[in-house]
Design a protein around this ligand. Structure first.
Ligand SMILES: *Cc1c(COP(=O)(O)O)cnc(C)c1O
Length: 368
């Protein structure tokens, strides 16, 4: 977490600990004002209105609220959902839960570069489709889906469109209006904010999107998400998003250069056995997904205890199966098990990139 974010949060853990739902006293009103100020600042960055931001515990909850809330609200006339094979488990498993409730789920395949063809969406949706959900940026391979085109297809057919933008918000500019999105999930810890807070954007105009809430209680957040709001986390999320927005272009350029530096170091030393996954241009600046032919990455990562690296996603806890994302790109299970994801961020320096590249090369050569 960015130290400037922590600084903004601290007062709301101590001197300003009022409950934002208690408007009969000054501390409560101060807390409510801080929440509404954060809501306005977050909405502005997303091209949204403040009342369209529903605070949640993160993107997992936002995805579940978008999907289960949409499907259950429309279950009288809709029994179909559309998503993509490369989605995050928060979307795929929410869809599987709805399948168990009787919905049909279409999981569209992607091309070998990880991208979905918007026309494929047009072909499968019908008046019985409750929602289409396609992520903006992939968490394993970093590719950016053509969500504006997909959203336009959905709008054309009168079907609501959700995007899991947990990897995109804070890293690239995201505007719900210009993209034509109805529902959008985000998570603060993905953009140097605190863990345990996120939001769901729920369009309230042209068209007004209605949801069935997942949890019942005091009717907070317009009845969509009952429960006392975590004021320090919300304040931190707003500050974190602002800091990202101030540095978007400079930071993207810096990360792209570091990523290409990492790639050239690795590919020179490991030439012939290294390949990149995902579309080369339509991608996040700080993500590099690599396959090291013939190298068991479980062993590689064990040897690389001094480099914070992962084989795929941190989200499928203790799941040794090959990545469903890489398999969807057409990699064999063996190739998928020989892949690593390198993530570069705000605190990553050129010196660290060089050191990490040297260590990866050193251990990879030992294992080959
Ligand atoms: C991290 C992530 C999530 C889960 O977010 P949490 O806030 O940790 O629940 C969902 N989708 C994507 C694409 C992610 O990267």
């Amino acid at each position: 977490m960015d130290p400037r974010v922590l600084e903004a949060m601290l007062p709301f853990f101590s001197e300003d600990f009022g409950n934002p739902a208690s408007l009969t006293h000054a501390p409560g009103r101060r807390a409510a004002a801080a929440v509404e100020d954060a809501r306005e600042r977050i909405a502005e960055r997303l091209g949204a209105q403040p009342r369209e931001i529903v605070f949640t515990s993160g993107a997992t909850e936002a995805d579940n609220l978008a999907l289960l809330g949409s499907a259950r609200l429309q279950s009288q006339r809709c029994d179909h959902l559309v998503t993509v094979a490369t989605e995050h488990p928060a979307v795929l498993d929410a869809c599987a839960a709805l399948e168990a409730e009787g919905f049909r789920v279409t999981r569209l395949p992607v091309a070998s570069d990880g991208l979905l063809d918007p026309e494929a969406v047009r072909e499968v949706i019908s008046e019985r489709t409750a929602i289409v959900s396609v992520m903006l940026a992939n968490n394993e391979i970093g590719v950016l889906q053509p969500v504006a085109e997909i959203a336009a297809v959905c709008r054309d057919r009168g079907v609501r469109f959700h995007t899991d933008a947990a990897q995109a918000v804070g890293r690239i500019p995201v505007n719900t209006d210009t993209l034509g999105i109805d529902l959008l999930s985000l998570s603060a810890h993905k953009f140097y904010g605190p863990k345990g807070v996120g939001a769901l954007f729920v369009r309230r105009r042209r068209p007004r999107v209605r949801l069935a809430p997942l949890q019942h209680g005091g009717g907070h957040e317009g009845g969509l998400r009952s429960g006392t709001l975590p004021v320090p986390l919300i304040v931190g999320m707003a500050r974190a998003l602002e800091l990202c927005a101030e540095e978007f272009e400079r930071e993207a350029k810096r990360l792209r250069e570091l990523r290409e530096r990492m790639w050239s170091r690795l590919s020179e030393a490991l030439s012939g056995r290294l390949s990149r996954n995902g579309h080369p241009e339509a991608r996040l600046p700080g993500n590099l997904s690599l396959t090291l032919a013939g190298i068991d990455t479980d062993r590689l990562l064990l040897a690389l205890h001094d480099v914070a690296l992962s084989s795929g996603s941190a989200c499928s806890t203790a799941n040794p199966a090959p990545s469903h994302v890489l398999l969807a790109l057409g990699l064999t299970p063996a190739q998928a098990k020989s892949s690593i994801r390198i993530g570069l961020g705000r605190s990553t320096t050129q010196e660290e990139v060089d050191r990490a590249a040297a260590r990866i090369v050193q251990e990879a050569l030992k294992l080959s």
